[in-house]
Design a protein. Structure first.
Lengths: 330, 182
């Protein structure tokens, strides 16, 4: 018997969680309002009481809730992360998503029966790394890095069993080895790895310059969008720079991942869960994307064909890509 | 420009005094804040910042200063002092409040622009998102009639947005369903 496919959806706020559940999410991931999760943005995330209510709402609607504690513990302040683990379990989390091996160890010892997932932030991209987490800590699912081809995902999924694999299928695209990228730290002193923010908004400024929009991070001008040109997040890896006499995107274009066309293949090779990125996005995004992907998954289960072509307006840079899954950019 | 009100509206509105609009806007804001008491808590340290909310197709600007216990609101012709400015056509701004639009998508498509304290803008956007506001709540209508009023309002707003060639609706109040089955 095959495991049913799971649609894993983002929620940055309690209202976002209700929207995701109502739109058909099988499970929702979210985090506390502190540096323990990799989306530590102002006005986002859940306090302890909100998290308990969110878990109750999800469970009442047959959905699961996964709580992300996926930054790396800071020496001298590890209690913040450990308390987060304890409170997440008490709130009724169906799974904890973690990256720090010390925190994984704590969670396993303190809560032996708790289901644990390995965050994409752990950058586990080899059979050996996944086996280590699976065999030593009973990790039930690994979220694979967004730098792998479909065939690499296939081979890793086979090696990971009985540990499940989860892959990103839609949303903002990070093609760095997550958990190891230092670009944001270099420019701002803050990173998703330690403080939960990449190119944090506290260091981002926009200004108009003769009809163009100029975006800066940490005082560095990284992008200039001409009038009418679609904009993107001013993350350093997506900036346009002058190198060797030519102005271009050095690392990646500001585009979003959209792997909907690959869903049948990903299901065929044994991937258990499809993840939508975007805890920082609004209810309109969550509702549209979750409904679309849930219909696609249901259509696949019913043996019907499907197509999705109406999500491009929600993508960064108004363009999408299958990213590393086909590695056409490398 | 997509989503802009016709110029005659701006010209006519420019002749009117601002005080009645300010009184009405304050009343609606008071209703919203009373219905969503956790708004200030979500805004956190960004309470007390001054936000200029600029409907670029109208001859006025809303200046907000959210605070724990109430939000100060004034309506001015031009905002001179603010920590952050959010600018878009009026129907687009209203669509962000009721969840029709995703703020990031509007920013990507250049239908919305921001300047000033980016972090404060993000905090305000997230607090508004979580407030999950609708027309009935803002108007202070009793719970019993909120459902029908909101459904009717969504239809009207959708037609107005189409009439003005505003960005396509999405989300819980929109029309997009994203998938064609065959």
């Amino acid at each position: 018997m095959t495991t049913p496919l799971e649609l894993v959806c983002p929620a940055g706020t309690p209202a976002g969680l209700r929207t995701a559940v109502d739109a058909g999410a099988h499970s929702v991931y979210c985090g506390f309002r502190d540096e323990t999760n990799a989306r530590n943005f102002p006005g986002l995330n859940f306090d302890r009481a909100e998290m308990r209510e969110a878990a109750a709402y999800a469970h009442a609607h047959d959905a699961k809730i996964a709580i992300a504690l996926n930054t790396f513990m800071r020496a001298g302040a590890t209690d913040l992360w450990k308390r987060g683990v304890d409170d997440a379990v008490a709130a009724g989390a169906d799974a904890l998503i973690m990256a720090d091996v010390g925190l994984v160890d704590y969670a396993r010892k303190a809560h032996p029966k708790q289901r644990l997932h390995l965050s994409v932030q752990a950058a586990a991209a080899t059979p050996e790394a996944i086996a280590f987490y699976r065999d030593h800590f009973g990790i039930a699912r690994v979220v694979l890095p967004r730098v792998l081809t479909v065939e690499e995902v296939s081979r890793l999924t086979a090696h990971a069993a009985p540990c499940e694999t989860e892959v990103f299928v839609f949303g903002g695209l990070c093609v760095m080895a997550e958990g190891r990228c230092m670009l944001s730290s270099y420019a701002t002193g803050k990173s998703p790895n330690m403080t939960g923010v990449c190119s944090p908004p506290s260091h981002v400024t926009y200004r108009e310059d003769r009809d163009a929009l100029v975006a800066c991070v940490g005082g560095f001008t990284i992008e200039r969008f001409e009038r009418g040109e679609p904009a993107g997040y001013p993350t350093l890896c997506k900036g346009r720079f002058l190198a060797d006499g030519a102005m271009s995107h050095l690392f990646e274009d500001p585009v979003s991942l959209n792997a909907v066309a690959l869903l049948p293949r990903l299901a065929e090779i044994g991937v258990t869960a499809f993840k939508i990125e975007g805890r920082q996005r609004g209810r309109a995004y969550i509702s549209s994307v979750v409904r679309a992907f849930r219909k696609a998954i249901d259509a696949m289960a019913a043996g019907k064909k499907f197509d999705i072509d109406e999500l491009r307006g929600l993508t960064e840079g108004q363009r999408d890509t299958v990213g590393a899954y086909k590695k056409t950019w490398r | 420009m997509r989503g802009h009100l016709p110029p005659f509206f701006a010209n006519a509105a420019g002749l009117l005094p601002l005080q009645p609009l300010e009184v009405m806007a304050r009343h609606l804001m008071t209703n919203a804040m009373a219905a969503r008491p956790s708004f200030a808590a979500r805004l956190g340290e960004y309470c007390g910042r001054t936000f200029a909310v600029d409907p670029v197709d109208c001859p006025f600007v809303f200046v907000l200063m959210p605070q724990d216990g109430g939000t100060h609101l004034s309506v001015v012709r031009e905002a001179e002092h603010f920590d952050a400015r959010i600018a878009a056509p009026l129907v687009v701004l209203l669509g962000m409040v009721d969840g029709t639009y995703d703020g990031d998508a509007l920013f990507f498509s250049r239908d919305l622009s921001i300047e000033g304290d980016t972090e404060a803008v993000l905090a305000l956007r997230n607090a508004i998102e979580n407030a999950d506001l609708d027309l009935s709540t803002v108007l202070g209508f009793p719970q019993g009639i909120q459902g029908p009023v909101n459904r009717a309002a969504r239809q009207v707003f959708m037609r107005v947005r189409r009439l003005l060639d505003a960005p396509e609706d999405s989300g819980p109040n929109g029309v997009a369903n994203g998938v064609g089955l065959s």
